[in-house]
Design a protein around this ligand. Structure first.
Ligand SMILES: *Cc1c(COP(=O)(O)O)cnc(C)c1O
Length: 463
C-alpha cells in the first residue's frame, strides 16, 4: 500500500446535516479544573467539558433520517413486536445465522454466550480480546488467549491484515488441548485492541478449517464487520468486485455464530445480539436472556431500538458511507503523518492509535505514559481520547499473550465530525507532540478490581 502523501484531501461527506448539536471549547482554566475533578480519568468528564469527543465510536453514531423515522413505528408490545420480526429478518438476511437473540449491547451478548460456554480451566483463543470480552471470559473462569500474528505487534508493519490470527499457534494450542478445554474460538472483526486492523477472508478461512478439524465452534466478535469487509474489498486479491453484504456472507458462512455490539456497525446508540447456528444453545441463550435482559422479542431494548438497528445494519454496508468513514480515518492519519506524529500503521477502520512508546519515549512505564498523553490532549485542546494499553489490559485484568502495545486511541464516531474538526484534532496532537518533553507523568491513586480504566483515578506523579 502506498504511504499517504502530504497533500491529503478530506473525503467528501455522502450526507448532509439537518439537525445540529452545538459544542464549545472550554477555557484552559475550565479544562484544568475539570481534569482535577475527574481524577485525571476522562471517563469522569462531563460531555459539556469536552470539545471533540473521540473517547469511543461505540453508540456515538449519528442516526439517519430513515432510522429516526423507523423509531416512530415502534410497536412497544412486550411480546411478538413487529419491530423484532424486522430486526430478526435483517440480521438473518445479512448473516445467514438462523437463531438471533437480541441484547442491549455487546457485553450483554458476551455475558449470555460466555456464561453458557466458558467454564473454569478453559481457554478462549482470539486474535485479540477487547476489554469487555476478556473480562467476560475471565469472570467465567477461562483464560483469554491472544493469538494475533506477529505483525500486529509491530507499529510500523504495513501488513494489510494485521488483525489476522497466527494459525500455527492456534493449531498448536488446539492440538495440546484436552477435550472441552477450548469451548470456542473467537475472531474479532476488526481487531479493536490491535488498532482496528482487519482480518482477511483467507485467514478466517484457515482458522475455520482448523476449528472444524478439532470440532471447536468458531464465533465472530462482529462489531465492526462492515469496516472489515470494506478492507477485504479494497485490499484482498479477487475481492474488489464483490459487495459488502456478499463479502460479509463469506465471513459469516465460516462461523458458527457471533456476538455483536450494534453500537458500532449497527449505526445505533444502543443494541446488540448473539447469533448462532446451534438450536439447542439458542434455547439456553433465551432462558438466560429472560433472566438478565428480558423477553426474547426485545432483549433489554425498546422495540423502536430494534427497528433502528434493522435499518442501521444495512446502512453500514453502503460503500459510499464506508469509503467516507475509512477515508476520514485516513485523512487524519495523513495530517498526523505530515507532523511526524508516531501512530500505528496502517490506520485502522475506526480510529487512529497513537504509539505512546515513541510519542513519549522519556516517560517510564511507571509514570503511565498512555494516560498522561490522554490527559495532555485534553489539556491542549479539549479532545477526549482513551488509553488502550497497560491500564486497560494490565496483568491484573487476566489476559494471556504478548504484552499489549501502549496506545492512545482516537476513535472517530460515525457520521458525526467534519473534516475541519478532524484537522483541528490533528493540530492539537501535533502541538502536544512538539512540546512532548513537557508532558508530566501520572500515578494511579484508585483502581477497582475489574475493567479499571473506566473508574480508576490518577494524580500527577511527584517525579
Ligand atoms: C464495543 C466492543 C464490545 C462490547 O460491546 P458494548 O456494546 O460496548 O458492550 C465487544 N467487542 C469489541 C471488539 C468491541 O469493540
Amino acid at each position: 500500500m502506498p504511504e499517504p502523501g502530504p497533500s491529503a484531501r478530506p473525503p467528501i461527506e455522502p450526507y448532509k446535516a439537518k439537525v445540529v448539536e452545538p459544542i464549545r471549547l472550554p477555557t484552559p482554566a475550565e479544562r484544568e479544573a475539570a481534569l482535577a475533578r475527574a481524577g485525571y480519568n476522562l471517563f469522569n468528564l462531563l460531555s459539556d467539558e469536552v470539545y471533540i469527543d473521540l473517547l469511543t465510536d461505540s453508540g456515538t453514531s449519528a442516526m439517519s433520517d430513515r432510522q429516526w423515522a423507523a423509531m416512530m413505528v415502534g410497536d412497544e408490545s412486550y411480546a411478538g413486536s413487529r419491530n423484532f420480526q424486522r430486526f430478526e429478518s435483517a440480521v438473518k438476511e445479512l448473516t445467514g445465522f438462523p437463531h438471533i437473540v437480541p441484547a442491549h449491547q455487546g457485553r450483554a451478548a458476551e455475558n449470555l454466550l460466555f456464561s453458557l460456554l466458558v467454564r473454569p480451566g478453559t481457554k478462549v483463543p482470539n486474535n485479540m480480546h477487547f476489554d469487555t470480552t476478556q473480562t467476560h471470559v475471565v469472570r467465567n473462569g477461562g483464560a483469554a488467549v491472544n493469538l494475533a500474528v506477529d505483525e500486529a505487534y509491530d507499529p510500523d508493519s504495513l501488513h494489510p491484515f494485521k488483525g489476522n490470527m497466527d494459525v500455527g499457534r492456534l493449531e498448536k494450542l488446539l492440538l495440546g488441548a484436552s477435550a472441552g478445554e477450548v469451548p470456542l474460538v473467537l475472531m474479532t472483526l476488526t481487531n479493536n485492541t490491535g488498532g482496528g486492523q482487519p482480518v482477511s477472508l483467507e485467514n478466517l478461512t484457515a482458522v475455520a478449517g482448523i476449528c472444524r478439524a478439532h470440532s471447536v465452534p468458531l464465533y465472530l466478535d462482529m462489531c465492526r464487520w462492515a469496516e472489515n469487509a470494506y478492507f477485504i474489498r479494497v485490499r484482498e486479491p479477487g475481492q474488489g468486485g464483490r459487495s459488502i453484504p456478499e463479502i460479509g456472507r463469506s465471513l459469516f458462512d465460516l462461523a458458527d455464530g457471533a456476538t455483536m455490539s450494534a453500537k458500532k456497525d449497527g449505526l445505533v446508540n444502543i443494541g446488540g445480539f448473539v447469533a448462532t447456528r446451534d438450536r439447542a444453545l439458542a434455547e439456553r441463550l433465551k432462558e438466560e436472556l429472560i433472566v438478565f435482559e428480558g423477553f426474547p422479542t426485545y432483549g433489554g431494548l425498546a422495540r423502536r431500538d430494534l427497528e433502528a438497528m434493522a435499518v442501521g445494519l444495512w446502512e453500514a454496508t453502503d460503500p459510499a458511507y464506508l469509503a467516507h468513514r475509512i477515508g476520514q480515518v485516513q485523512y487524519l492519519a495523513d495530517l498526523l503523518g505530515e507532523a511526524g506524529v508516531p501512530f500505528l500503521k496502517p490506520p485502522g477502520g475506526h480510529g487512529i492509535y497513537l504509539d505512546v512508546r515513541r510519542f513519549l519515549p522519556e516517560l517510564p512505564k511507571s509514570e503511565l505514559p498512555g494516560q498522561a498523553l490522554v490527559v495532555e490532549l485534553y489539556r491542549e485542546g479539549g479532545v477526549r481520547t482513551v488509553e488502550v494499553g497497560s491500564i486497560m489490559f494490565g496483568e491484573s485484568e487476566g489476559g494471556h499473550g504478548p504484552p499489549p502495545l501502549e496506545l492512545v486511541r482516537l476513535a472517530i464516531p460515525r457520521r458525526v465530525y467534519s473534516s475541519a474538526q478532524l484537522a483541528y484534532v490533528a493540530d492539537v496532537v501535533a502541538r502536544v507532540y512538539r512540546r512532548r518533553g513537557s508532558v508530566r507523568g501520572l500515578r494511579m491513586v484508585y483502581a477497582p478490581e475489574r475493567m479499571r480504566h473506566f473508574t480508576a483515578r490518577f494524580a500527577p506523579s511527584s517525579g
